[in-house]
Design a protein around this ligand. Structure first.
Ligand SMILES: [Zn+2]
Length: 117
């Protein structure tokens, strides 16, 4: 590895982020009780708003779930001493990238390639 990674630091950040995701999940579960789309108490427009909001929170829940999976993978890679290498091309991931988001598993060029697909 060209640059020494402070694995303890990244591990701590990953675990903290993981815990806060789980805490958010619990909160969301409590807030999205089934009575949310009660048709008798709200008009048609606000029902559409509610549906739109539900769509949006579903989409963001999906993103968070992806992040949660990346965090699990990143933690496993720390244990396996593979953390900091791109899972696609095996090159070093820039430390700046990991500091921005410790759950990132790919180097910048692989990430850009993936986005362009
Ligand atoms: Zn790569």
């Amino acid at each position: 590895m060209s640059e020494e990674l402070d694995l303890d630091y990244f591990k701590k950040r990953l675990i903290e982020r993981h815990e806060s995701i789980l805490a958010d999940k619990e909160t969301r579960k409590r807030n999205t009780a089934p009575k949310e789309l009660d048709q008798s108490s709200i008009g048609r427009l606000s029902r559409m708003d509610a549906m739109q909001q539900q769509q949006m929170s579903k989409a963001s829940a999906r993103l968070v779930e992806q992040e949660r999976r990346r965090i699990n993978t990143a933690l496993k890679r720390i244990e396996a001493d593979e953390y900091g290498y791109c899972i696609l091309c095996d090159e070093d991931i820039a430390v700046k990238r990991l500091q921005f988001d410790p759950s990132l598993l790919t180097c910048i060029s692989c990430a850009q390639n993936a986005e362009n697909v």
